[in-house]
Design a protein around this ligand. Structure first.
Ligand SMILES: Cc1ncc(COP(=O)(O)O)c(C=O)c1O
Length: 408
């Protein structure tokens, strides 16, 4: 039995009210809430050992450095990386993908090279390549999705047959919820000599991601979507790739030696961490990983799948409601986007907010995907293991109420 009430007590924000009603937070794909242990670890860092890292020899600086590097080791263990030096702390998934585009792509892509993305990518995995393309004239191709929201693997295989320079794709779609079969995809890409970047923003805190199992070349994720603080994220890459990449930002911390006219870069990971990093954020991410380990990723996936399945069953019974993405909860992350005939998602979200229910509405930073689906926006309910079936019942009731108010 998954004791959701026990875990809920660890998240102070879940006991607050919104507009006089208990909060039902169903916007976890945007950012998750934080357990007390994460909040405390950040606060404790500032109260007890705040100092800059890697620079001072005084005790506080040493303690801060230890705490920061401990978080790096924990992060490496969490994704199954043997070498903690392969963990680069960045601000978020977006920055991690930009880092690869500008440190790897700028150096190694040739004019006209192909980069394969998919039609289900978040803007974070489209725009960096489009920006780079202004300089490199990349041939950006998109693997199609089918009518159910799954990747069209035959189309993808065809794109890989043309030996692009990189395949960059999401593990779990933040709109469709689709879980992509990465094992199969990465194997096929590597057979064709294609490097693979995985955007694990929506998966790492729910299904986990093991770099040994999947053998991707680059992995990007955000701390704030896995119970950690905002402003801390991770790029993992194989050491052999990191060694070849140029620094992304220049400044303190990332150098070995500096002269008036030249510099030599530091080793990895410092080479990519210019300036003072988000030390407290990394410490908080370490605490988030401890908490996820405490709950257990397997249990998290199982319970979230149960919630998603429950929500899918209830939502599909509502007249005029169209689910976007796979109908099967096993092939989905813990999120469901939908449209409601005759009601704009923003209006729905506003009415739900009046009942203390937080969902997302809009294009969820996936405009081209919404254009393909032929809708300007959608509503999205996304779950975390601290959500309950009762909250889903409230969502269903809230949607009924919105329809009574807005349906003409
Ligand atoms: C699939 C996916 N990729 C990338 C991102 C960007 O994450 P961040 O804003 O933390 O950089 C998101 C955020 O919603 C996402 O869902």
């Amino acid at each position: 039995m998954f004791d959701v009430q026990k875990f809920r007590k660890d998240f102070p924000i879940l006991s607050r009210e919104v507009r006089g009603r208990p909060l039902a937070y169903l916007d976890n794909a945007a950012t998750t809430q934080k357990p007390r242990s994460v909040i405390r670890s950040v606060s404790r860092f500032y109260q007890k050992c705040n100092a800059n890292i890697h620079r001072g020899i005084h005790s506080l600086s040493e303690e801060a450095t230890l705490a920061y590097e401990k978080a790096r080791k924990k992060t490496a263990q969490f994704i199954g990386a043997d070498d903690a030096r392969e963990i680069i702390f960045v601000r978020n998934t977006t920055e991690a993908i930009n880092l690869v585009a500008f440190s790897w792509g700028k150096r190694f892509f040739k004019d006209g090279d192909a980069v394969v993305l998919t039609e289900m990518e978040h803007h974070a995995n489209i725009i960096p390549w489009l920006i780079l393309s202004q300089e490199k004239h990349l041939n950006i191709k998109y693997a199609r999705i089918d009518s159910q929201g799954y990747l069209d693997l035959n189309h993808l295989w065809g794109l890989l047959d043309a030996h692009p320079s990189l395949l960059s794709l999401t593990h779990v779609s933040n709109v469709l919820g689709t879980i992509n079969p990465l094992g199969q995809i990465i194997k096929r890409a590597h057979e064709k000599g294609v490097l693979v970047l995985v955007d694990a923003a929506q998966s790492v805190g729910h299904l986990g991601f093991n770099v040994k199992k999947y053998r991707a070349d680059f992995l990007a994720f955000s701390g704030h979507k896995m119970l950690g603080p905002t402003g801390i994220g991770v790029l993992w890459a194989k050491r052999e790739h990191l060694e070849k990449m140029m620094p992304f930002l220049g400044g303190g911390g990332m150098i070995d030696e500096v002269y008036w006219q030249r510099f030599t870069p530091n080793r990895c990971p410092e080479k990519f961490e210019a300036g003072t990093p988000n030390i407290a954020g990394a410490v908080g991410l370490g605490a988030a990983i401890d908490y996820l380990d405490f709950v257990g990723l397997e249990r998290i996936y199982k319970y979230e799948e149960e919630l998603t399945s429950y929500a899918l069953q209830k939502l599909t019974r509502l007249d005029g409601l169209k689910i976007i993405g796979p109908e099967n909860s096993v092939d989905r992350g813990a999120l469901i986007s939908f449209s409601l005939a005759g009601i704009h998602p923003h209006d729905l979200a506003t009415i739900l907010d009046e009942q203390g229910i937080a969902i997302r509405s809009g294009h969820h930073c996936a405009m081209p995907l919404h254009q393909k689906l032929g809708i300007p926006a959608s509503a999205r309910a996304s779950f975390c293991f601290y959500n309950t079936k009762k909250e889903i019942d409230r969502l269903i009731e809230g949607i009924r109420k919105a329809r009574q108010l807005l349906d003409r």
